[in-house]
Design a binder for this molecule. Structure first.
Ligand SMILES: [Fe+2]
Length: 212
């Protein structure tokens, strides 16, 4: 794996205001994600990853040497999860689910509104730091949560959408009111990206999911 670079945001820091402030976005991207990138590069240099991609590494964490496994799991997950999160939001708050997306979500959750309610409930129920995910599991869409920087990839699931519920994602804007942050996040979902991620399967578990 080549040295990981900090992936630039596809929108500016103020683009998600007032739902997510420029201060939150700048700290989240330039400090938190940048730190994961730096620490991941240190860890993969020690490990010697060869030509595996980050997704391939995250799918085979059990093959890592024990002294490097935790650092690669935490920081590799931190890089993947944040890139996936940032590219799943858009400043164009008018994006709506396409017919394809609405049909798929309605099939497994009943309606878009029911999906949003279930996604919010999952985010609220995640104890401590972690993530809520919409994932593809075979023919079915499911909502799961992961703790810390764990990813659905290590579970063999294809991610479609993720919501960061670490406090650093919302504390500057919403303090302890995670529910208000989640309501804001649900207005920022890039439904065009959701469709793109749904339609690239079965190759979904690749860097193409990161909005490239
Ligand atoms: Fe985060």
């Amino acid at each position: 794996m080549d040295t990981i670079k900090l992936k630039e945001l596809t929108y500016n820091y103020k683009a998600l205001c007032p739902l997510i402030s420029d201060t939150t976005l700048e700290f989240h991207h330039d400090k938190h994600l940048a730190s994961y990138v730096e620490k991941l590069n240190t860890a993969i240099q020690k490990e010697g990853i060869g030509d595996k991609t980050l997704v391939e590494v995250l799918a085979s964490l059990d093959t890592l040497t024990p002294e490097n496994a935790t650092a690669i799991r935490n920081n590799g997950g931190g890089v993947f999860n944040h890139n996936f999160y940032f590219t799943g939001m858009t400043a164009a708050t008018t994006t709506q689910p396409s017919k394809l997306v609405e049909d798929k979500i309605t099939k497994d959750f009943g309606s878009i509104q029911a999906f949003k309610a279930a996604f919010k409930a999952a985010g609220m129920a995640q104890f401590g730091s972690g993530w809520a995910w919409l994932v593809q599991n075979g023919d079915k869409l499911e909502i799961i949560t992961t703790a810390n920087q764990d990813t659905p990839i290590e579970l063999g699931l294809c991610p479609i959408l993720t919501m960061d519920v670490w406090e650093h994602a919302y504390y500057l804007d919403y303090q302890n009111m995670r529910d208000n942050y989640i309501d804001a996040y649900l207005q920022l979902i890039d439904w065009n990206m959701v469709e793109k991620r749904m339609t690239v399967k079965p190759d979904c578990c690749s860097e193409s999911c990161c909005g490239k």
